[in-house]
Design a protein. Sequence first.
Length: 470
Amino acid sequence: MLAEEVRQKLISIVGEKNLLDSEENLVVYSYDATPNYQAMPDAVIKPRNTKEIQEIVKICNEYKVPIVPRGSGTNLCAGTCPLEGGIVLLFTYMNQILEIDEDNLTVTVQPGIITLELIQAVEAKGLFYPPDPSSMKISTIGGNINENSGGLRGLKYGVTRDYVMALEVVLPNGEVIRTGGKLAKDVAGYDFTRLMVGSEGTLGIITEAMLKLIPIPETKKTMLALFDSLEGAGQAVSAIIANKIIPATLEFLDQGTLEVVEDFAKIGLPTNVGAVLLIEQDGPMEVVDRDIEKIVKICEESEAISVQVAQSPEEGLALTTARRSALSALARKKPTTILEDATVPRSKVAEMVREINKIAKEHNVEICTFGHAGDGNLHPTCMTDARNEEEMHRVEQAFADIFAKAIELGGTITGEHGVGVMKSPYLAWKLGEEGVNAMKTLKFAFDPNNIMNPGKIFAKETKKRVVVQK
Ligand SMILES: Cc1cc2nc3c(=O)[nH]c(=O)nc-3n(C[C@H](O)[C@H](O)[C@H](O)COP(=O)(O)OP(=O)(O)OC[C@H]3O[C@@H](n4cnc5c(N)ncnc54)[C@H](O)[C@@H]3O)c2cc1C
């Protein structure tokens, strides 16, 4: 519980109705989309502007009250689970588009805007904001920036980081800074904009963001290629890139995922093949036609069982929507769904998927894999039941082996979902203890009282790394 003095000071900033601390409200904000993590906050607060956030932060810093900024809570690393209590800070009132600048191709938004609303608003003006996490119907831009979210269009267009031009940030001492600007070139001092991207709410609170826009592609086409095996699909991916074609989307689903997605989406996806590639190209009509024609040929040469090009934009949309629903579809199978995002160099995708299947077998757990074949970002997803402690132990062991294998293949423990609590015990596997210490030094220089999202990114203990046997 908050000390009454602190509670009253916070109410004097936001008003009684914007500080929630009934048991029901606290329970609602005690967890996020990550299974198996829950901790009660002391209060939930809904500021209306930067000035209010600044005052809240000053009080929290003085009384050492943890602050957990929260967008829509869709993160998959327990990043908004209030592990050490304190206040959960919502952006419910700060969800506006402040400006679309068609001369400089930028959009300026408040952090609480929903990603898809932003995408649609700029598309109405013939402009394009490419980062498209599958959660875009509910995720916020503040969350996307703090997780450096990726999406289906990441291969060709990059991730959230590549579109953040400027930020307004309330620092843990309550000072407000503005980073970057409407500038293609700006090397005035450290790049604080980049530092804030992916910082998971641990360095400050983003209260405004200016994002880069590009002209909307003239057209796009979508196709599916079916393969007997993942190796065949992997070979096709390498061949497409080696032919100097960068598709807008290059996704794969394994047989297990396909079956579940088809059962959910019912759009006639084949369920009896080893793997499927979902490929999309966009751009000028003649380039799209030329690239799709070449990709069809490459897939056929890579022994695709069949290749189908969507005959209409609606058919194409149904295919990409089905891919976006993969996690929700898998979640219907068992009470608990744990989705990870181990990432490897593109050339290692088929090998990594094979290893994931082997590891799942060894630990006797059910794992399906789908993901971004073009950029090596895999989503091994385990369907399990958190109430079964013995099984959960096996699941944890399996994921530890998967992370170890990904690193061995030159990859990483997370490509887009962030570290949060869930992957903090593995961070040193990727960075080394020295790397983690350097990050901690930075964190404590910004936030000496450790009020910003404490308990995230840095684990109390690193897990022991076991080398996976071939
Ligand atoms: C079905 C599903 C599909 C998904 N698909 C993808 C995908 O394709 N790609 C992908 O990258 N991720 C994906 N995710 C993960 C998740 O949606 C993203 O990480 C998303 O960016 C989180 O947005 P959010 O608004 O829910 O943020 P939250 O979960 O509320 O917060 C995420 C982090 O940002 C911090 N934060 C939020 N707002 C601020 C702020 N204004 N200032 C400071 N810190 C802040 C929080 O403290 C937390 O650490 C998926 C999740 C689900 C459930």
